[in-house]
Design a protein around this ligand. Structure first.
Ligand code: F6R
Length: 263
């Protein structure tokens, strides 16, 4: 796993947005896997700014979101559909038919999940999967103990995840849906590149477990150690419990130096 440590959240968002911009400039038909939550908001803001100021073109991009709550309508103010429209889709020139988010209101969830997986394959697979991480090491809504080979399906959320998301539901845990549709860990692992983002001290333990701990279903993000192209972009606080901070910084400095030499 490549680990890039930036001093602040602002630096993290800049690096992550640049990775996406560079990929999009190389491949205008980029397929992006997207996450919601507080962590990627700054990255989406940076991409919107690149669209507005540099004309970064999203017209050929296709997106697949990781997850959506079950039991609330798509137009609910705290649905992930609304989140994505507010923070990204309505602010860039991506055709709405190119944006895919799990439909938790679909009749026949199992069939829906199969179609979602098939749509990802039909699009040519995900080029870059943006990921946040839960304090317990979840990715998507794959809670600890999720099969590391799991596919898109319905998962029951842990109490801890519902508590973490309660502020988005008026502060009441009971208002947070109990279940979600999520891409599986196995689905995520098929992305060509994973871009794991984490900011703040509350994520430090999860990041240390994911990057340097044993690979275990208890920390679903730890499976990313097996992914050939995962880049974790962190701020100092989220990186603070890593054992090899100095080495990761040296690796990244050397990479930048090489890139500069290559022009
Ligand atoms: C959201 C998602 C979750 C979040 C994670 C971190 O689509 O897949 O795994 O990435 O819960 O959330 P934040 O960024 O709010 O700390």
């Amino acid at each position: 796993m490549e680990i890039i440590i930036q001093p602040t959240y602002a630096g993290l968002t800049e690096v992550a947005a640049e990775i996406i911009r560079d990929a999009l400039l190389k491949k205008p038909s980029l397929v992006l896997g997207l996450a919601t939550g507080s962590t990627p908001i700054g990255v989406y803001e940076a991409l919107v700014q690149m669209h507005q100021t540099e004309g970064l073109d999203f017209s050929g991009v296709t997106t697949f979101n990781l997850d959506e709550y079950v039991g609330i309508p798509s137009d609910h103010s705290y649905s992930y559909h609304t989140f994505m429209e507010t923070h990204l889709f309505n602010l860039i020139n991506i055709p709405s038919e190119n944006c895919h988010i799990p439909q938790s209101t679909a009749v026949g969830h199992a069939e829906f999940c199969e179609r979602y997986e098939a749509a990802i394959v039909a699009a040519g697979g995900i080029d870059i999967q943006v990921l946040g991480i839960g304090k317990d090491g979840h990715i998507g809504f794959n809670e600890p103990s999720s099969s590391l080979g799991s596919r898109t399906r319905i998962k029951t959320l842990t109490r801890r995840t519902r508590e973490a998301n309660a502020p988005h539901f008026g502060g009441t845990v009971d208002a947070v849906p109990k279940m979600a549709i999520t891409m599986g860990v196995g689905t995520i692992m098929e992305a060509k590149q994973c871009l794991l983002l984490a900011g703040g001290e509350s994520k430090a333990e999860a990041i240390a477990n994911a990057a340097e701990g044993p690979i275990t279903a208890e920390v679903p993000a730890s499976v990313l150690q097996m992914h050939p192209q995962t880049v974790a972009v962190l701020d100092e606080a989220a990186a603070s419990q890593l054992k090899r901070i100095d080495y990761y910084k040296e690796v990244y400095a050397n990479k930048l130096e090489l890139l500069a030499q290559e022009g």
